[in-house]
Ligand binder design. Structure first.
Ligand code: ADP
Length: 302
């Protein structure tokens, strides 16, 4: 089958992780244990998930004209992602998350940097890419008006739009009506439905678009009432990036014309496999790994 086209419009970050026994107080200097960098950002993570599952993935986003931007570009290129539409910008740094890990706790500072240079104009410049995709996948780590512009253009060209409403914020009703699927986790769903002053029929419409992810339980969809698509039992090692893996997989599956429940089952398998390994992107499975896993689970049943 010809590769299906998934376009992701979203964030690209470098996570800067420091492990330390003691977190310094204001004005204090301490010696840390180790330091490492990990590629991240929900847009980039979801693009990697989709690319590993065999889709032709185009990422639209911005990085800074700096060392992290170059590293991320190289890294995403190796994943086979089309980056013609990732713009390096000169006046701000690549998006970063500075993470301090200490005895099982963490503190995080996120600097959006170049991610906030993904303007509605930049999205409009990429209308032909959107028009040429099967599915458009969005999150909320770029300016809201750019997410809105992307959803409008995608709908203009009759494309399926998935919005992963993370990090959650109050969303305009117009955006909610433009998307086909919303993929909040349990916590995000509560805030999503509470944040808007919605009339009962609007609430119903939004609910009907929700695919609510609930960790090991899998997902809940609304199909003439609430319906669970069960998750897969696995030994979880690191749940970072489970949601991003799920979203990337859902986009690929829907782009192949697979019906919703079956697509959710596939995305549950991808989410489950991702938690069996360390790291967000590094834990994301390939198409072959998912096929083997699903086959194995089928064999175990019979
Ligand atoms: P988020 O990472 O956004 O909080 P979830 O934790 O709900 O999202 O995980 C997304 C999906 O990943 C779940 O719907 C499920 O398919 C899969 N998943 C997550 N955690 C587990 C787990 N412990 N065991 C099996 N599947 C999991």
């Amino acid at each position: 089958m010809e590769k299906r086209k998934v376009t992701v419009i979203g964030s690209i970050n470098m996570d800067l992780v420091t492990k330390t026994e003691v977190i310094p107080k204001v004005g204090e200097t301490v010696m840390g244990e180790s330091f490492f960098t990990i590629p991240g950002g929900k847009g980039a993570n979801q693009a990697v998930a989709a690319a590993r599952l065999g889709a032709e993935v185009t990422l639209i986003g911005c990085v800074g004209d700096d060392m992290f931007g170059k590293d991320l570009h190289e890294h995403l290129e190796k994943e086979g992602i089309i980056l013609n539409n990732v713009e390096p910008v000169t006046h701000v740094s690549t998006g970063t998350a500075t993470i301090t890990l200490s005895k099982g706790d963490n503190s995080i500072i996120v600097v959006s940097g170049a991610n906030f240079e993904v303007t509605p104009e930049m999205v409009r410049k990429n209308e032909s890419v959107i028009a040429d995709s099967d599915v458009v996948l969005l999150q909320l780590e770029i300016p809201l008006e750019s997410v809105m512009e992307a959803a409008k253009l995608a709908k203009k060209h009759n494309k399926t739009v998935i919005l992963n409403p993370a990090p959650i914020q109050a969303l305009p009703k117009e955006l909610l009506s433009l998307v086909d699927y919303l993929t909040p986790n349990e916590h995000e769903q509560e805030l999503l439905l509470a944040a808007n002053s919605l009339a009962p029929d609007e609430l119903e419409e939004i609910r009907s678009k929700c695919i609510v992810t609930k960790g090991p339980e899998g997902v809940f969809i609304y199909d003439q009432g609430e319906k669970q698509i069960k998750g897969f039992e696995v030994e979880a090692v690191d749940t970072t990036g489970a949601g991003d893996s799920f979203n990337g997989a859902l986009a690929v599956s829907l782009s192949e014309g697979i019906e919703l429940k079956e697509a959710c089952k596939y995305a549950n398998a991808v989410g489950a496999l991702s938690v069996t390994k360390l790291g967000a992107q590094s834990g994301m499975p390939t198409k072959e790994e998912v096929e083997r896993f699903l086959q194995q689970r089928e064999d175990d049943k019979s």
